[in-house]
Design a binder for this molecule. Structure first.
Ligand SMILES: Cc1cc2nc3c(=O)[nH]c(=O)nc-3n(C[C@H](O)[C@H](O)[C@H](O)COP(=O)(O)O)c2cc1C
Length: 348
């Protein structure tokens, strides 16, 4: 996406702009990012990645541009959120730019084509690379746990990891699944079912940044007990930290730069609570290589990005990766793993 195209998209409603960008990306055919560096290699949950930066859930809700994610240099990508049944989501408008803050507020509400249609797209996938699915429950579900199991059962063959999303603020009661008893029931059902598949997926849990330290602590202990493969920190926040834009009071979750500090603190707290024992994917407000490096030093083994792509285009992925390599090199690191968590105490 060049600068003029981006300027044009920024004149449009953000949801319309995103769907145009997705249409354009479906046409992507060539690898545009070929940079490689031994220093950037990372490994999470058994996946060996050429570098840590992937695309987070919500960007490619319906698995339409997996190939484009890899063409532009993402080291992994996460489709969804996907629910068992197709869902329209909340009424529009439901995505708002926070221009002055380089952020967004969204209250989409898991709009997606439903697992059956998305599976048919996954079946046609030609590119290799680590692909995950973000799983959510339908808004009118009368058994949310069953919804996660239904999606898992249909998709295990076609994806490498599943993210149990209990942290979106836009589906009523979803975040309540983070409470101790419901979470225990959910994780027990999810891990049991996963072990029955001929090819179990890696299981990640995505957390919300509005949890307090006690909630974080019990959730982390639970993730360790159930031997989850990783935690993704974080989803969007219902808080409104230091935002100047007029859209500040729209309801929904904030993402992008205003989320950076909050999500990084939660990441560091989990790293501290788990003493680095559970792999972490850091996401929230990454918009430059410094941000990416900061998340790694706060405890992330891999990273994800979404909102900054809307502001800067897909090229931001490659720029961050190349500059991250330089930052690590300047600090004398020969491998990324040695930098993980070294500054997490700063964030506690
Ligand atoms: C428009 C939009 C839709 C999103 N949809 C999902 C989703 O379906 N599932 C999910 O787990 N996270 C979703 N997210 C959250 C992102 O995956 C990510 O956790 C969050 O935006 C913070 O990263 P960022 O600041 O780089 O955007 C969405 C974010 C945005 C902006």
């Amino acid at each position: 996406m060049n600068k003029i195209a981006l300027k044009f998209l920024h004149l449009l409603d953000p949801e319309i702009a995103h769907s145009i960008a997705i249409k354009v990306l479906t046409l992507s055919s060539k690898k545009k990012f070929l940079f490689q560096s031994e220093r950037l290699k990372t490994s999470i949950a058994g996946f060996d990645l050429p570098h840590p930066l992937g695309i987070s859930a919500g960007f490619d809700k319906n698995a339409e541009v997996i190939h484009a994610a890899f063409n532009y240099g993402a080291s992994f990508t996460e489709i969804g959120a996907v629910t068992p049944l197709p869902q329209k989501g909340n009424t529009k408008p439901r995505v708002f730019r926070l221009r002055e803050d380089l952020g967004l507020i969204n209250r989409l509400g898991f709009n997606n084509h439903g697992i059956d249609r998305i599976i048919s797209r996954l079946k046609m996938r030609k590119v290799s690379g680590v692909v995950g699915i973000n799983i959510g429950a339908n808004k009118n579900s009368n058994n949310m746990i069953e919804d996660y199991l239904k999606v898992m059962t249909k998709c295990f063959h076609y994806v490498d990891f599943a993210t149990i999303n209990i942290s979106s603020p836009n589906t009523p009661n979803l975040r309540k699944l983070q409470n101790t008893d419901p979470l225990k029931n959910l994780l027990s059902a999810v891990t049991d079912r996963n072990q029955k598949f001929p090819k179990p997926m890696k299981i990640f849990l995505k957390i919300d940044p509005d949890l307090n330290i006690n909630q974080l602590s019990s959730l982390t202990e639970m993730a360790l007990t159930f031997k989850l493969d990783g935690l993704i920190a974080t989803n969007t926040s219902i808080s409104r930290p230091n935002i100047r834009s007029n859209n500040k009071w729209e309801s929904g979750g904030i993402s992008g730069r205003p989320l950076f500090s909050l999500s990084t603190r939660k990441l560091a707290q989990i790293f501290d609570i788990s003493r680095g024992k559970i792999p972490l994917i850091g996401v929230g407000g990454i918009s430059c290589a410094d941000d990416a490096y900061t998340k790694i030093k706060a405890g992330a083994t891999a990273l994800q990005i979404y909102t900054a792509i809307g502001y800067s285009g897909m090229g931001i992925i490659g720029n961050i990766v190349k500059q991250l390599d330089r930052l690590l090199k300047n600090d004398g690191f020969t491998n990324l793993h040695s930098a993980i968590g070294i500054e997490h105490k700063k964030w506690l």
